[in-house]
Design a protein around this ligand. Structure first.
Ligand code: AMP
Ligand code: MG
Length: 424
């Protein structure tokens, strides 16, 4: 394994790197070089595997399904008889139930009543669904030109072949993947160790829930937003509360976070001219850069590595404004954390929507506006903003179902223009 790069090495890889006006794409490529995936693995039972990341390719020990079987309740017969497209009358010689193989041989002009999932009797390859045929006491009539040979039969191994990769390394486990693992008869799966993320809010004006309101103070909302965002990703979380703007308390908090976590997320205290100790403490305890990102909202951000003994944790120092916290998390922290969790393809496609209002925009920065996307009568995606786009207006994030992403080079979008949208 190549040793992790220093921030200076990463910066040197970016052409025209300017921490005072860093375009969003440079932030993303910087972070993708900083975010080193976890390497330790563990076995977990399937019920605990949701959102975990597959650590080693899962090789199928069986064919799924293990036999050719019927996809319908109906009658199984030899499909070659369908060649001349005439109605067929077949004598029913037995019943094949799901769960046990039907023994016996079947001639042409004969069929076996069969249930969904039952193994296809030897020599039979086609099933007529019961609702498509006329059923008499011991025979069925299949109308002409309804079926082709092989219809309504599931082939052995059509879902997964023996010894093929059922799930590949780096896949985040979804409910469907949980079911797939179970269908292979595997009670456990090898996954990357859970990423541990510590987070705290900073600022003297920030109140914890339960504290008495006081003039000029606001309740801490960022920790709750960050908790929800991390929870959805499937990280292990270390909640460190609100840390006042005090060098001793900040040093304790950063030290503890760096000792116990793979990543540390803070909010507040990274703005320009901030009269506080947060930035100073980040600098003291690690290799940290302070950016002004060419974006709105979320301009100031600190990024780096906090080192404690032989451990280091990636630091994401987010701005304080509640909307800026969410936008910078979704745009930058989330893809970086997914990469650290071992996920190999974390890209989420943007979609295009027609704007229903003029979106004022200056080229030279990326803007993330809170939007509500709906379908118009033509079936096209259309979008309006939630109104006030102030970076403190958290209710705009609650109303929004998407972020309208206006790219770095783009200027004002007129009504009817297509714009990029990231669905939330
Ligand atoms: P800062 O980045 O520290 O200058 O904070 C910018 C704005 O965000 C200020 O109005 C802060 O009061 C507000 N803010 C900072 N941290 C939080 C928080 N944890 N919860 C809610 N608002 C916050
Ligand atoms: Mg502050």
């Amino acid at each position: 394994m190549t040793p992790p790069k220093t921030l200076a090495e990463i910066a040197a890889n970016l052409q025209g790197y300017d921490p005072q006006a860093l375009p969003v794409h440079d932030v993303l490529s910087f972070l993708s070089q900083l975010a080193t995936p976890v390497t330790s693995l563990e076995d977990v039972p399937i019920f605990e595997a949701l959102n975990r990341v597959v650590g080693v390719d899962v090789i199928s020990p069986v064919n799924v399904p293990p036999h050719d079987n019927s996809a319908m309740d109906g009658y199984a017969f030899k499909g070659e008889q369908l060649q001349n497209q005439e109605a067929l009358t077949l004598t029913v010689v037995g019943t094949a139930l799901a769960g046990k193989a039907w023994q016996g041989s079947v001639k042409s002009n004969e069929c076996v009543k069969i249930m969904t999932g039952a193994i296809m009797p030897a020599g039979l390859d086609t099933v007529v669904p019961q609702e498509l045929c006329k059923i008499a006491a011991d025979s069925v009539v299949i109308p002409a030109s309804l079926l082709r040979a092989g219809d309504n039969r599931r082939l052995c191994g059509e879902d997964l072949k023996l010894n093929s990769a059922a799930l590949t390394k780096g896949t985040q486990i979804t409910p469907a993947a949980m079911g797939l693992l179970a269908s292979l008869g595997l009670p456990k799966v090898k996954v990357f160790k859970r990423l541990k993320v510590a987070y705290f809010s900073t600022g003297d004006e920030i109140l914890s829930l339960g504290e008495m309101p006081r003039e000029g103070a606001v309740y801490d909302s960022n920790r709750y937003t960050v908790f929800g965002l991390l929870h959805k990703l499937g990280c292990e979380m270390l909640d460190m509360g609100v840390v006042q703007d005090d060098p001793v308390l900040l040093e304790q908090a950063f030290t503890k976070a760096a000792q116990g976590a793979d990543a540390v997320i803070t909010s507040g205290g990274v703005s320009v001219g901030e009269a506080d100790f947060t930035k100073a403490m980040m600098k003291k305890l690690g290799d940290v850069v302070f950016w002004k990102i060419a974006m709105r909202p979320g301009r100031p951000m600190a990024v780096g590595k906090l080192t404690q003994g032989d451990r280091s944790a990636v630091l994401f120092g987010l701005p304080g404004n509640p909307v800026a916290v969410m936008v910078t998390f979704l745009a930058f922290v989330k893809p970086a954390l997914l990469q650290m969790m071992g996920v190999t393809d974390a890209q989420r496609p943007m979609v295009r929507a027609k704007t229903q209002e003029v979106l004022r925009k200056k080229p030279g920065r990326t803007e993330y506006q809170r939007g509500i996307a709906t379908r118009n009568l033509e079936g096209e995606l259309q979008v309006i903003t939630t109104g006030n786009q102030g970076s403190g207006v958290l209710s705009s994030m609650v109303q929004a179902n998407c972020l309208i992403v206006l790219s770095h080079t783009q200027s004002t979008a007129q009504i009817g223009d297509w714009v990029d949208v990231l669905m939330l």
